[in-house]
Each structure stands twice: as structure tokens, then as C-alpha cells.
Write a protein that binds this ligand. Structure first.
Ligand code: GLN
Length: 495
């Protein structure tokens, strides 16, 4: 991976000065072509992805055809759409008609989707070239991209570190410049935590803002799709293309989608930034505490009003999530029985259907997915339903009320995205320590509100300087406020 230390490698540059918006402008201006950009990206994948394992499948042929057609349209003076020239990677739990959709599971090793996810269709229609499918924790369950059927993903900022998860392949691809931007999914933090670990922007919109049609379901009441990008304006552009009502997803809102950055970054003077006391706890890594403190100082000098707020239910988020998400997952994953869907174990003579199901699911699912299915089945079982599932739904309501109440006292909430920077692949965290990675991100899913992680400066860990994330949350459907604030803070922190 020495070439990542080469001064000419994109990681060594201020990547936010060379984002998707800048890059597609060079294609429109005729300085370069989509095909040329695609070939450069394919060559980088060839050079570094053996070490990173960010991609499951690179769709070179389809991407080449698509890129050529974009260039042809531009040459003929036609408008191929706002994403003409863009090279986009897609998490491998989003259905594409090209290539396979595996969810990093042996269960879906050979699955080819007969239809395309709404988001992918909207990106293509807007002119984007899809370069490939990115690696993830199996069925999006994890925080390290180690629960993968075909090997873990590595962090471009240090290849012995995890990229976070579950959208670790997407974050690593963007960080190593193997795509201009990538799609992830976020059920409890899976866009924002890997974005924080890899020094990218990761944006989870309000529940219902972006269609989930064609996203392989994990926790249906929590899942949202969003971009992992090089800048807030890139994330906003992708959001604008993907958001809006979809007849194929009944939970999508028909509120109009406004261009979120139409009025530019927000004026930080007088902006009320709520900092939850529970998010700046002394349990955070010292490097995270230091870089977050420096951000607050910068914000104060820029004229923002920092308000200390209390979110006493913060730490109940993880327990609530680990009842609701596995409950929904156990139901969503019931379809993979090897008969209707998925891998099927070799039938043995005299074996009954029950045994065949059991062996099929035992072979097809990895350990973490099996753990979630057992958790979910347990909390939904007759004797425990009220004690666990119903109670978790009540706590969910309280968490939502608490966030709504606090967000009525300030414009946005700000805290670190994660308690620590990227940990080592060999850290071998037990499940509960792994789950605690999402302690600051998970409540946005529980409450359905929009949240974004932007780069927050470096943290020193074991002699290495690693990215950290700043986490911003806003009320439901307040994407313009959230993104305008994120853009202002991004300019301040990187400037
Ligand atoms: N890390 C969390 C989990 O393992 C969240 C995953 C996600 O957002 N998809 O479930």
C-alpha cells in the first residue's frame, strides 16, 4: 500500500477541493471525458483493491458502455443529466440488474436481481456511471466490515485498521478514490460510522425521504439509503437526485424535495448548536475529545452559540435498537429458506423439510446474522414479546420525544460521530463493544431524523493520525438546515 503514501495519491490532497461537483464540471467543460475518468478509476481499483477489498464486483463492461453513451450525448449537445461524468459505487445490498447482489452472504452468493433499486435507477437516469458493488458486513449487520463472506475491507488510512461498517466498502472506495461517491445504507449508523473512520462525508436522510425499494431489508422501520461522499455539496447533490416519493415504497414522503444548498452554507453567527453532554463523555477516546474540543472552539470564534443540552436516554438507544432491529431482521430474513430464496444445502436421503431448512440457514448465514436472528426470534416469542419488543417500542417513543424536545431548543445537534477512531482489524471486539460503536448514531434511526457525519480533524492513536467524524442531527425533513450547517462547518474545519 506504499503508493497511498505517495504525494501524488489523492489521499494526500485536500480532497474536498476536488469533489464530485468539481470533477463532473471538467467533463461538461470538455477538459476530460467520462470514459477517461472511468478508465483512471478502473486502473486505481486494479492497483489498490487487492489490498483494500472494497469491491465485491467491478462492473467494467457495463460501466464502459454507459460512460461511452454519456460522452456521446454530451458530444451531440444533449444533456445526460446532473450526474453526467460521475463514477458511483453501490453497496452490495442494493439491487442492480447488472452483476450480482450478494449482501456479502453465502446465502445470496449467486443472486441476480431481476429489477433495479429505485435509487440506482434514479442515479443512472441522472447520468451516473455505476462502477461496481461494494463489500459490507453481511446483510448490513456490523460496524467493522469484518462480517463478510469474502474477506474484510481495510481502511485506506491504515490497512491494519477497519473502515467501519456496515458500508465499509463504500467508505473505503471513496477514501481511496476508487469512486467519486458511493451509496450506503444506514440502520443504526452504517453510513455515518464508516464515513467517520475513513475521513468522508456520510449522510442519512429522514426516514421516508429516499425510497428503500430494492434495498435488501434489514430493519425496515430504521433503514435509510444515503451517500458517502467527498464533500457536503456532493452528498447534497446525490440526495437531491435520489429523494422523493416512490410508488414502490409506501413509506416515502410526498413532501417536495428542495435543493438543500440553494441558499448556500448557513451563517454560523447566532446559530444555536446543541451539544449533548452525554456525547462528550470521558468514555470517548482522548483523540476524539481533543479534536471535538478544537471544533467547538472554532465554532465559538465563528460566532455560533454553543448550548449544552441533555439527552439522558442516549445510552438506552443501543438496547432499544438491539431489540427492534433483530426483531425486524428475523422476520425479513425468514424468506431465505433455500426453497423460495437463497442458498440451499444438499438434501440428504430421508431428511425432512425442517432439517433441510435448518442446515440451509446454518450454512448460508454467518455467525453475526445467526446471532441477530436468534435475538429477534427470542424477543418476538410469545412469552417475551411484551417484556422486550413492546417495551422497546415504548422506549423508542421516549427517545423520539426527547430528541424532538431538545431540537426545539436549538437548530442542530453536534457531537462526535463515534467514541473512537478506526480500531485495528485484530482488535477482536466482543459483540457488545462492537455494538457500542453506534451509541451516538443509532438514535437518529430510532427517531427517524436526518443526520450527517463530516470530517472532524485527526485523532492520534498508537502513533497514527486517524480521521474522526462530526455528527450533526436535525429535525425530521430539515435536510436543508442540516446540510447548510454541515457545509458551513466543513468549510470552517477544513479551511
Ligand atoms: N452497526 C449496527 C449493526 O450492526 C448498524 C448497522 C447498520 O446501520 N446497517 O446493526
Amino acid at each position: 500500500m506504499e503508493h497511498l503514501n505517495d504525494a501524488s495519491h489523492p489521499l494526500q490532497h485536500e480532497s474536498r477541493r476536488d469533489d464530485l461537483v468539481d470533477r463532473i464540471a471538467t467533463v461538461r467543460d470538455g477538459e476530460t471525458t467520462t470514459v477517461e475518468r472511468l478508465e483512471g478509476t478502473l486502473a486505481r481499483i486494479e492497483a489498490v483493491d487487492g489490498a483494500l477489498n472494497a469491491f465485491h464486483e467491478v462492473l467494467s463492461d457495463d460501466a464502459r458502455r454507459h460512460a461511452a453513451s454519456i460522452d456521446r450525448q454530451l458530444a451531440e449537445g444533449r444533456d445526460p443529466g446532473p450526474l453526467a461524468g460521475a463514477i458511483v459505487a453501490v453497496k452490495d445490498n442494493l439491487c442492480t440488474t447488472e452483476g450480482r447482489t450478494t449482501c456479502s452472504s453465502r446465502m445470496l452468493e449467486h443472486y441476480r436481481s431481476p429489477f433495479e433499486a429505485t435509487v440506482v435507477e434514479r442515479l443512472r437516469t441522472a447520468g451516473a456511471t455505476i462502477i461496481g458493488k461494494t463489500n459490507l458486513d453481511e446483510f448490513a449487520m456490523g460496524s467493522s466490515s469484518e462480517n463478510c463472506a469474502w474477506g474484510p475491507v481495510r481502511n485506506p488510512h491504515g490497512v491494519d485498521r477497519v473502515p467501519g461498517g456496515s458500508s465499509g466498502g463504500s467508505a473505503a472506495a471513496v477514501a481511496a478514490d476508487l469512486a467519486d461517491v458511493a451509496l450506503g445504507s444506514d440502520t443504526g449508523g452504517s453510513i455515518r460510522q464508516p464515513a467517520a473512520f475513513c475521513g468522508c462525508v456520510g449522510f442519512k436522510p429522514t426516514y421516508g425521504r429516499i425510497s428503500r425499494y430494492g434495498l435488501v431489508a434489514f430493519g425496515s422501520s430504521l433503514d435509510q439509503i444515503g451517500p458517502i461522499a467527498r464533500s457536503v455539496r456532493d452528498a447534497s447533490l446525490l440526495y437531491e437526485v435520489m429523494a422523493g416519493v416512490d410508488p414502490n415504497d409506501a413509506t416515502t414522503s410526498d413532501l417536495p424535495v428542495e435543493p438543500p444548498l440553494a441558499d448556500g452554507p448557513i451563517d454560523l453567527r447566532g446559530l444555536r448548536v446543541g451539544v449533548p453532554r452525554e456525547h462528550v463523555s470521558d468514555r470517548n477516546h482522548p483523540g476524539v475529545t481533543a479534536s471535538f474540543g478544537a471544533t467547538l472552539d472554532t465554532l465559538r470564534s465563528a460566532g455560533a452559540t454553543i448550548i449544552d443540552v441533555d439527552l439522558p436516554l442516549t445510552h438506552h438507544g443501543i438496547s432499544t435498537y438491539y431489540v427492534i432491529a433483530p426483531a425486524e431482521a428475523s422476520s425479513n430474513l425468514a424468506r431465505y429458506d433455500g426453497i423460495r430464496y437463497g442458498h440451499r444445502a444438499e438434501a440428504r436421503p430421508g431428511e425432512g423439510l425442517e432439517e433441510l431448512y435448518a442446515r440451509t440457514r446454518g450454512e448460508g448465514f454467518g455467525a453475526e446474522v445467526r446471532r441477530r436472528i436468534m435475538l429477534g426470534t427470542y424477543v418476538l416469542s410469545a412469552g417475551y414479546y411484551d417484556a422486550y419488543y413492546t417495551r422497546a417500542l415504548k422506549v423508542r417513543r421516549l427517545i423520539k420525544q426527547e430528541l424532538d424536545q431538545v431540537l426545539s431548543q436549538c437548530d442542530v445537534l453536534l457531537g462526535p460521530t463515534t467514541p473512537s477512531p478506526a480500531f485495528r482489524l485484530d482488535a477482536d471486539l466482543d459483540p457488545v463493544s462492537m455494538y457500542l460503536n453506534d451509541v451516538y448514531t443509532v438514535n437518529a434511526n430510532i427517531a427517524g431524523i436526518p443526520a450527517i457525519s463530516i470530517p472532524g480533524g485527526l485523532a492520534e492513536d498508537d502513533g497514527e493520525a486517524l480521521p474522526t467524524g462530526l455528527h450533526l442531527q436535525a429535525p425530521a425533513f430539515a435536510e436543508p438546515m442540516l446540510l447548510r450547517t454541515a457545509a458551513a462547518i466543513e468549510a470552517l474545519v477544513s479551511g
